[in-house]
Design a protein. Structure first.
Length: 150
């Protein structure tokens, strides 16, 4: 990956809807060269996906909770079972297996506290092998980005 690829990736992270023509003007390359670079970055797995980022407040998902999960046991079977189940929960946007006092941290986005309570009671706490949970509620967002710097 050279400096031009990095600049291209930066531009695409800012706005992936830019045309190859627009990108070629910004990079001083031909449209074909930009197209070929993008295809190469996709083939190599550097560009993994193209998505639309939604404003969670506008879709009634502005209540953000970081839920720390401790399993009752750390066996491969328990971990695998938990992970298979948690990926099915639509309220969970992100799930990380972590070190420290807890085993997992979930990022949960719902409408409000009432919807979070319903999620906890009817979905999360029904998963097997959970020993304890600890919820932390977002007060304000200081930084939220999906872009990597080069």
């Amino acid at each position: 990956m050279d400096a031009t690829d990095k600049k291209l990736l930066t531009l695409l992270q800012q706005d992936a809807k830019q045309t190859t023509k627009q990108l070629s003007a910004k990079l001083s390359l031909s449209v074909t060269a930009v197209y070929e670079r993008i295809k190469k970055l996709e083939r190599e797995g550097i560009i993994d996906n193209y998505v639309v980022l939604l404003n969670r407040n506008k879709i009634n998902k502005g209540f953000v909770v970081f839920c720390h999960i401790k399993l009752i046991q750390h066996s491969k079977e328990f971990l695998t079972h938990f992970e298979r189940q948690v990926v099915k929960l639509e309220e969970v946007l992100e799930c990380f297996h972590v070190s420290g006092d807890y085993d997992y941290i979930l990022k949960v986005c719902v409408k409000d506290m009432e919807e979070y309570r319903e999620f906890m009671v009817t979905k999360l706490t029904t998963l097997q092998h959970i020993g304890s949970t600890h919820s932390t509620f977002m007060i304000g967002e200081v930084k939220n980005t999906t872009a990597f710097s080069f």
